[in-house]
Design a protein around this ligand. Sequence first.
Ligand code: FUL
Length: 493
Amino acid sequence: MKMPLSLAPICILLLPAIISSAEAAPPAPYGVLPEARHLAWHDLEFYGFVHFTTNTFTDKEWGYGDEAPSVFNPTDFDADQIASTFSAAGMKGLILTCKHHDGFCLWPSAYTKHDVAASAWRDGKGDVVREFADACARHGLKFGVYLSPWDRNHAEYGQEGYVTYYRNQIRELLTHYGPVFEVWFDGANGGDGYYGGAREERKIDRSTYYGWEANWALVHELAPQAVIFGDVGDVRWIGNESGRAGDPCWATYTPVPADGETKAVPGTAKYQLGETGTRNGQFWMPGEVDVSIRPGWFYHEKENGRVRTPENLVNLYFGSVGKGASLLLNVPPDRRGQIHEADVAALQGFRKRMDAIFAVDLAQGARVEASNVRGGAAEFSSERVIDGDRGTYWSTDDGETTPTLTIHFQKAQTFNVVSLREYLPLGQRIDDWALDALRDGAWSTFAEGTAMGPRRLWRGDRVTADAVRLRIVKSPVCPAISEIAVHLDPAQR
Ligand code: FUL
């Protein structure tokens, strides 16, 4: 609409007054949105995986299901040592393999005899799940459960009876051990097993056998706060076990059935697509990167010399959390039932490196200026990106889809890392962005990428600059940015 010429001067005069007291409605959300359970999960970013069962004592990765429960006998199990090691590394949660593919249950289950109650550990009175859940609470970690669908011990595996058994165990775990933050459904199935003595190969129809829709509904009913992990779930498998999220890595996803499958559920999805996710995907289904600190998922003494280095772990963090996924790092307990000294040392070194990079945010105290602020309102002002609060954000007027935001340092700063976040409750909005540095009065590009979402970390060459400028290069709607942080990795030129 064109403004009548006679009114234009009055509006210009009134403008400053409008800006100072302005209020504006938040931008309309874009695309599919996260649920409350997703938002709680996005806050965690980094948590630990614990693979522990009879395999720890038989030196295997996949038990056959015929292991005598008596082999499970940690000599000095200490859930506090494990939880405190995880928490000191900066992890925010812990997911335990309550039952791996071999079927042995780490808790005394009412539905099987193939469990800790049949072992010699704590005279058969112990409960590993309970001890972990309690230790997590003591050390400020959220607790999560892994319950393998494939069960190589159970006689009825492949028939309806096993599915009932499996659901009973989901119910047991979700009602006896306090709130969990994540339920991990593994899609793996190698076919053969002990199966109550049958020792045979059993085939299932992966898309229908487990009745995933009913399992998901059960988890959401019993643990509404928890996210479900899977090839398809509330959060998706990233599609590899080497610690790598795609670039870009979208938080939205449209699962696709694998070739020859009709439905995408755990075990039947074209999981490779999980690496990048889907721009404007059908679901908010962000990626989780699961990777082990050792070559195997379970502890093997022969791998004590092959624990990842602190530097390797830092790289994993940048390649997962730094792409907008979360990092689930597996650190398996040894036969004592504790984290081995080599892994403890690696995690301590990692934490030291992380603190050296992230403890200081060079953008703090800077003057922040934007090419546009939504309705001129303080609520959406440029300062929101440095207020340390993920619940606030800078946004612009609806038509302003390629704005810039400049952070003027009080004095020149040397940096090589930036951290960016979108405000997630309004959806994943931005396609392309760039970040420039101002040196000797001239701008040069330090970083440019596609997708920002939950978190985008960028590590480049050291720059000394008077200011940095975020440019939104392509976006279907106005942006909503909740964080820009600037850091120096002292170990990197
Ligand atoms: C895989 C399993 O087969 C591995 O043993 C491990 O548990 C890993 C996290 O998931 O699918």
